[in-house]
Write a protein that binds this ligand. Structure first.
Ligand SMILES: [Zn+2]
Length: 246
């Protein structure tokens, strides 16, 4: 399984929405892919379900929220993303359920994307390291919310002031999944991905990773994935088709 070749992700789309639990989630693996797509003229926007305000032990949540939202906006800008929405759900204690689905469905209805990107929501990263509860809740809710967004009778209270149902999402792609089957060549945008991760300065400092090198870290992650696509660096994704009969 580990050595199976990846297929290339399709690039015949124009608009994507990335929905992840925390500021920094995109940057640990997927930001270089976003830089590639925005470089092609595609429109990519971010939706952060939380502001990562419980992520730094030595910083009170209210101050932390402010710092991390600013870092995320800058991090996004470095890969060509100029719209970053923060849903401000509570960091660390997200629950899968109707309120989370509704919040994400509203974001999908507003952005009207063809592709929705989220992070790995499987139980592990492929080894013995367990995934984090917020990531699992968000990923599951994203898949459901994409369906909800297209149904006029689900979360119908949202359909005011011109907001319409949106059933145009062709697929949900989850980066970093141990069940990835597809990937995108990120060789030429690798450095943009590194810069985007480095923008999370306060967060990385807060983790206490004294000798953390964003370039080395991402190289260690993206090179093995590149090997499976036949290129130096790649970002891999699990693909969930959202149409019927696929
Ligand atoms: Zn996270």
């Amino acid at each position: 399984m580990e050595t199976e070749r990846f297929e290339h992700l399709p690039e015949d789309w124009q608009r994507a929405l990335c929905v992840v639990a925390h500021p920094d989630d995109m940057e640990f693996g997927a930001a270089a892919a976003v830089a590639r797509w925005t470089g092609q003229g595609k429109d990519v926007s971010y939706c952060m379900v939380t502001s990562g305000e419980a992520g730094i032990d030595g910083l009170e949540p209210d101050e932390c929220r402010r710092v991390r939202e600013a870092e995320q906006v800058e991090s996004a800008r470095l890969v060509g993303v100029h719209v970053v929405e923060f849903l401000r759900e509570p960091d660390g204690i997200l629950e899968y359920g109707l309120p989370l689905r509704a919040a994400i469905a509203r974001a999908v209805r507003r952005a009207r994307p063809e592709i929705v990107i989220t992070g790995n929501f499987r139980d592990t990263w492929g080894g013995r390291n367990l995934n984090q509860a917020d990531h699992i809740a968000v990923g599951r809710a994203v898949v459901d919310a994409v369906r909800d967004a297209g149904n006029r009778w689900v979360f119908a209270d949202q359909l005011i002031d011109g907001l319409e149902p949106w059933g145009g999402v062709k697929a949900v792609w989850a980066f970093g999944s141990p069940l990835s089957t597809h990937a995108v060549d990120t060789t030429s945008t690798f450095e943009a991905g590194v810069a985007s991760l480095e923008a999370h300065r306060a967060y990385i400092r807060g983790l206490g990773w004294e000798s953390f090198d964003a370039g080395e870290y991402l190289e260690g992650m993206l090179r093995p994935q590149g090997r499976r696509l036949g290129v130096p660096f790649a970002a891999s994704f699990e693909v969930f088709p959202m149409g019927w009969g696929e």
